[in-house]
Write a new protein. Structure first.
Length: 596
């Protein structure tokens, strides 16, 4: 894809801004596109620079237009006249009404009045001729600048690499001079070895495609690459989902299988493109709200929730098991199902640190997180529970004290996955969970694989397999809460009058009667810290990694705790000298197959 096509939306928005026709929404969209993409920023500054140079032509009454139809073309025309077009392949100007014509047309100068038929021609003055020549020179200068910008960015124009062995052909913008490769795209026809002038060597498998940017920046588009680095010098290696930093050590990446494989060096750093949650409440800071440090779902603090010191950072919330012990996060802007920031379809993860005082009594629930208490079957729920008689458990069974994770899966209905707190098969007991320490609780669903899972302290303790590709449905106007959810008869399942939701594709409701419980039967008793909500499933490796980070005093993302918004980019250390597979849908590390 050409650079202009890749950033078509940025070009359109930039044009609107420069022409002073951009709406506030378009300006904000442009800022969003530029915020976390260094390449997009480079393109933007180059494009604005070209526009600035083009403004000079206005003083000479010349219009210069770039247009893309089936191929890219330049148009040059005197202001107010019919347009003349330039054939990029032939490097010549074509008539507007017939761009296939091979004869270059005569272009009238905008500074010379054409003679009136039947009247004597006026001689051209020297000053007029000079203006004409200046306009022509200015045009070709602008044309050269535009083509130069379009083919190479300024940072890579002086880059040279050497082809030591193998056979390569050029792709977009690639240039080969003898055995020298300039910045651009290359297709590897035979196993090849390429050297940088800074000392690094990259070895490439047959049928690989790479883009060389500079001595410290390479993109692998397909195939496999191995970097032999030099000390004290780092190469940035990009793929479609990740960026790796060699940090002066060897590094290999293989894209040829369904799961990308990385062979890390001693100190490889990893920057995933998809890692940030949709919402993150660290509870640090002194605001009267529970600030969302990623999204816009700041929590209203009710009287039964009070600030205490957390395990990570300065803040956490103590929930006193009363009616008003909750943080109301709002609807996430949702109005109908499938809308709002809590609407997820391809996956979800809810992550929290909890220090529970859950009684474990029958029919009592302690809600950690719940979204959608007014739209019943379409809720998302993570809660301690002790109940019975539910026909929507998957896997089926009778469970007493448990950790429950509920979702609505299309084609299946609302189901809850139970993690029994019974001490069997490596599972903890309730008393072990209530040991006065914080425990890392993660619930996730991956629509691609169909796996729904619950983790405690970095270990997968329960899971259920749906057919791969089974999507979920959520969102809407229902409120999201941490710590408690107001009870509604139409969807109360732990007691009071409620309903069973059938598990078929059709949604049917069957009355359910149980012993009545009071409103605070869903209230959490204990402390909650570091809650995160993702619109994708965290892979096993990342769940374990987050648990390890908090054991070292960092937040989930390896950052020093603070009351600031999460950055757009991070660099995470990968396990040294390991073979790591990435999860396909997110590009996040999934598991280690071997490590020295």
């Amino acid at each position: 894809m050409k650079r202009s096509e890749q950033y078509q939306e940025i070009r359109t928005l930039t044009d609107a801004v420069i022409d002073k026709q951009a709406t506030d929404a378009e300006v904000n969209r442009l800022k969003q596109l530029l915020a976390s993409d260094k390449n997009a920023q480079d393109f933007y500054f180059d494009y604005v620079g070209v526009h600035t140079r083009l403004k000079d032509s206005a003083a000479q009454n010349i219009e210069f237009v770039y247009r893309r139809l089936t191929e890219e073309e330049f148009i040059m025309r005197p202001a107010g006249h019919s347009e003349q077009k330039m054939d990029n392949k032939q490097g010549r100007i074509l008539p507007a009404d017939n761009i296939s014509d091979v004869e270059p047309p005569f272009i009238e100068s905008p500074f010379i009045e054409p003679p009136i038929k039947g009247s004597p021609s006026k001689p051209i003055s020297i000053s007029t001729l000079m203006k004409w020549l200046t306009a022509i020179l200015l045009f070709f200068g602008i044309l050269w600048a535009f083509i130069s910008w379009f083919t190479h960015d300024s940072a890579s124009q002086h880059f040279r690499a050497l082809l030591f062995s193998g056979v390569v052909t050029t792709g977009e913008f690639g240039q080969i001079n003898g055995n020298e490769l300039l910045a651009g795209e290359y297709h590897i026809k035979q196993k090849s070895s390429i050297g940088f002038l800074t000392g690094e060597t990259i070895n490439l498998a047959e049928d690989s495609v790479i883009t060389l940017f500079s001595n410290d920046k390479v993109e692998l588009k397909q195939g496999a690459i191995s970097i032999i680095s030099v000390p004290n010098n780092s190469i940035e290696l990009r793929t479609a989902h990740i960026t790796l930093h060699s940090n002066g050590d060897s590094l290999s990446v293989d894209l040829r299988n369904s799961q990308t494989t990385i062979k890390s060096g001693k100190q490889t750093l990893f920057s995933p493109d998809r890692w940030r949650p949709k919402h993150y409440w660290s509870f640090d800071g002194k605001s009267d709200r529970a600030i969302d440090f990623v999204g816009n779902a700041d929590g209203v603090v009710y009287s039964g929730a009070s600030r205490v010191r957390g395990l990570v950072g300065d803040g956490a919330f103590l929930f006193d098991n009363s009616d008003d012990t909750r943080l109301n996060l709002g609807s996430g802007g949702g109005s109908a199902l499938g809308t709002g920031s809590f609407s997820v379809t391809d996956g979800v993860t809810i992550e929290a640190l909890v220090k529970p005082l859950y009684s474990g009594r029958k029919w009592e629930s302690d809600h950690i997180f719940r979204k959608g208490q007014t739209d019943g079957q379409f809720r998302i729920l993570l809660s301690f529970q002790n109940d019975e008689g539910k026909n929507y458990l998957r896997p089926e069974g009778q469970f007493k004290q448990s950790l429950s994770f509920g979702l609505f899966i299309l084609g299946h209905g609302y189901h809850e996955l139970k993690l029994p707190l019974d001490g069997l098969s490596g599972r903890p007991t309730l008393s072990e969970i209530k040991d006065g320490k914080y425990h890392h609780v993660v619930a996730s669903y991956n629509a691609v694989t169909g796996v729904k899972a619950i983790y405690i302290d970095g270990k997968k303790m329960a899971f259920y397999q749906y057919p791969p590709g089974s999507k979920m449905l959520s969102g809407g106007s229902g409120q999201a809460n941490i710590g408690n959810s107001p009870t509604y008869p139409q969807d109360q399942h732990h007691g009071k009058q409620g309903y069973n939701i059938e598990t078929s594709g059709e949604i049917s409701i069957e009355p359910l009667t149980r012993g009545v419980v009071d409103r605070h039967g869903a209230a959490f008793n204990g402390v909650i810290d570091e809650v995160a909500f993702y619109d994708f499933a965290l892979p096993d490796f990342m769940v374990q990694n987050h648990y390890e980070q908090i054991q070292q005093g960092y937040n989930y993302f390896g950052l020093t705790p603070n009351a600031k918004r999460l950055p757009q980019k991070i660099k995470l250390p990968l396990p040294a000298l390991a073979i790591i597979q990435l999860e396909p849908s997110t590009g996040l590390p999934n598991h280690i197959t071997s490590q020295k």
